[in-house]
Design a protein around this ligand. Structure first.
Ligand code: SAH
Length: 393
């Protein structure tokens, strides 16, 4: 078994169960991509068993902090079975659920979503890649399903020295399924959709949005970065009669339009706008348009803390415009899914946006990802999605 020796003092984060070893922490030792290594302190004490990733800045990712545990098929079976069993205990009624959420489920680099009777997976680290075939069989055994689609085309793959891979890993057939989320029917194409197909992490927030739209009597709703219209369907479910979905992806908007019909809502109550949100917000402001509720759910502006400055300005800008476009008493449901922007910083950015917009706001709610996207106590990067529900006074 190969060993990786850390520099003095670089054992601290692993001792606090943070699962990553950065390139600069390593004194000596190397291994093949995905190979299991013993990570030890500068004085040779065991820290963890990890998968080595020779090309990544995250040079090793801990599989386990238990020296006695072996990294073999039985290890992956324990982790996968535990993750699936935990989801079965969660209060989630949808037939779409995140089964494996990377580090939080003790499986760094592995993401698996279930969409009805098919699984969609991302193998995002050299370690997950190396164990792919074993993991694929175990996933099917744990769920009793037969089909697994691979969506290893995320932009972090090249950072691990891995080429993109997509296609059926197990089974075959059509790649589109209809899921039931909060009682709504939504179609997901695991081959064509973003990520594994859909943004399941916002599921509870879409439900919450339907509730507030109803309670606060919102009629006109602007859903920015709508993707396939999940929040738009929620708005219609809450009784909104004038919903606009804005996204720069034509196929996503076509699906949003289809979702309005699929759920029996009046097509006249929904408009799909294929446009850049930044321009749209400015145009609408100039035109004097105003809304009862606005959703801002942009893509990750800051993948890491290094991008936080520029991303902060981008978040502030759309939030300022969003707040200005609201009627008094209107609601802004605003999100950041950037790991590099913590909840406090996000609050500060939105507060700055409010100042610049010259509006006063009340925070009605603070939200995160749906519980099937959990985070461990020891991995702050796991807290990526945060949202604020703000009422404009
Ligand atoms: N709210 C969605 C998920 C949004 S993901 C849901 O509930 O499912 C972010 C979306 O922003 C993607 O669909 C992407 O196509 C879109 N997007 C990214 N940059 C954009 C821009 N500048 N203008 C409009 N849409 C953009």
């Amino acid at each position: 078994m190969k060993s990786i020796r850390l520099r003095e003092g670089k054992d601290r984060s692993l001792l606090r169960r943070h699962p990553w070893v950065f390139e600069g922490s390593i004194q000596k030792g190397k291994a093949d991509p995905g190979e299991t290594v013993r990570v030890e302190s500068s004085t040779g004490e065991f820290l963890c068993w990890a998968s080595f990733s020779p090309e990544s800045k995250i040079r090793a990712r801990a599989w386990t902090f238990d020296e006695k545990e072996r990294i073999d098929e039985a290890f992956f079976k324990r982790r996968i079975d535990a993750a699936v069993a935990l989801r079965a205990r969660m209060p989630i009624t949808s037939n779409a659920i995140r089964l494996i959420h990377g580090e939080a489920d003790g499986l760094p680099g592995l993401i698996v979503d279930r969409y009805d009777d098919l699984l969609s997976a991302q193998f995002l680290s050299a370690g997950a890649e190396r164990w792919k075939q074993t993991i694929a069989d175990l996933l099917l055994a744990a769920t009793g399903l037969t089909r697994l689609y691979e969506r290893s085309d995320a932009n972090v793959r090249p950072l691990e020295g891995l080429a993109p891979v997509t296609g059926w890993l197990r089974g075959e057939g059509g790649t589109e399924v209809v899921i039931a989320e909060n009682g709504w029917k939504l179609s997901v194409d695991v081959a064509e959709g973003h990520k594994t197909g859909y943004y399941l992490d916002q599921s509870d927030n879409r439900k919450k949005f339907a509730e507030v739209v109803r309670h606060y009597g919102c009629q006109s709703v602007l859903n920015c970065f709508s993707y396939t219209g999940g929040f738009s369907v929620a708005a219609l479910a809450g009784g909104a009669t004038e919903v606009i979905s804005v996204d720069s992806s034509g196929p996503a908007l076509a699906r949003a339009t289809a979702h309005v019909a699929l759920n029996g809502y009046d097509a006249a109550h929904h408009t799909a706008l294929d446009a850049d949100v930044n321009h749209t917000l400015r145009d609408m402001l100039k035109q004097g348009r105003r809304f009862d509720a606005i959703v801002l759910d942009p893509p990750k502006f800051a993948p890491t803390a290094a991008h936080a400055d520029r991303a902060s300005r981008a978040y502030k800008d759309i939030n300022r415009l969003g707040l200005m476009l609201l009627k008094p008493g209107g609601l802004l449901f605003t999100f950041s899914c950037s790991g590099g922007i913590g909840p406090e910083l996000f609050h500060k950015i939105v507060a700055g946006a409010g100042m610049d917009a010259g509006v006063d706001g009340l925070i009605l709610d603070r939200v995160g990802a749906t519980p099937d996207h959990p985070q461990t106590l020891y991995f702050p990067e796991g807290e990526y999605l945060k949202g604020l529900l703000i009422l404009k006074r």
